[in-house]
Design a protein around this ligand. Sequence first.
Ligand SMILES: [Zn+2]
Length: 298
Amino acid sequence: MNSNTLSLTLFTTVSAIFAPLSAFSQTQVEAIPVTENIFHFSGTQANCVMLKESDGTLVVDSANTLDIAKDLQATIKTTGSGPVDYLINTHWHYDHVNGNPVFADAEATIVAHKAVRSKLQMTPTQEGNALLPKNALPEICFDQDLTIFFENETVYIYHPETDGAHTMGDSVVYFKTSNVIAMGDLLFAGMYPYIDPNDNGWPQGMVAALHDVEKMIDDKTIVIPGHGPVTDKKGLQESADMLQDIGQKIDIMIKEGKTLEQIKKARPTADWDEKYGKVWMNGDTFTELVYNCLKNHR
Ligand SMILES: [Zn+2]
């Protein structure tokens, strides 16, 4: 199987053929192949992604608890991979960083946008309201982008230039050779996305970031969201359209002086609720979140 030509259509077939690699282990975390060398994992709350190369292993996001990160680590071993060399944090939210200590203790180098490190230095994410230990903070940080070269894969880590999107320090991880992209929480597939009103997140920033990423990828790119099932460029574009539409409608109503209750009554999410409002947030909850984001945005 040539990973370069693997299309999204094939993905379902491939997943069905490859039994979950953890089927015979003790862990709840399952490795699901995306291509020959790239896997994503179920059971980790947010989607974690792994690149397994002969000259190294890279993981995107470290799961929501230490226990699940240990399961993730065990599942990674079942794929035949060596220890994790690089861990990328797509942003600072707990469900993407709380397993960092497990990988840091196993000598992984942690990489993230500089805003992720500074946020994690001050913001408790761990159980018991604790900060991440110092050795589990990102140690290589970048402003806009960073590339890691493996013998057979180029990994491009990119921070879309916005004044806040999902958070202030979002990155995507683009496996250029395999044409697979891990979106972090800039993309929730098939559901309304969380946007962080307390870290300058807002729908317009999400839209700008998604349009930025759109220019990097093509119709064959396999797109792995931060939450939800694997999708493609079309799924990404539709998510941007949804955010643009709802964000604009609520923004206009705020500028007209409408209250949150009046805005909810106007049902700005009506056109999208059937497709996006059934998994966790409904239209009303998402309207309130967008309202708070727009009110808080600096
Ligand atoms: Zn998040």
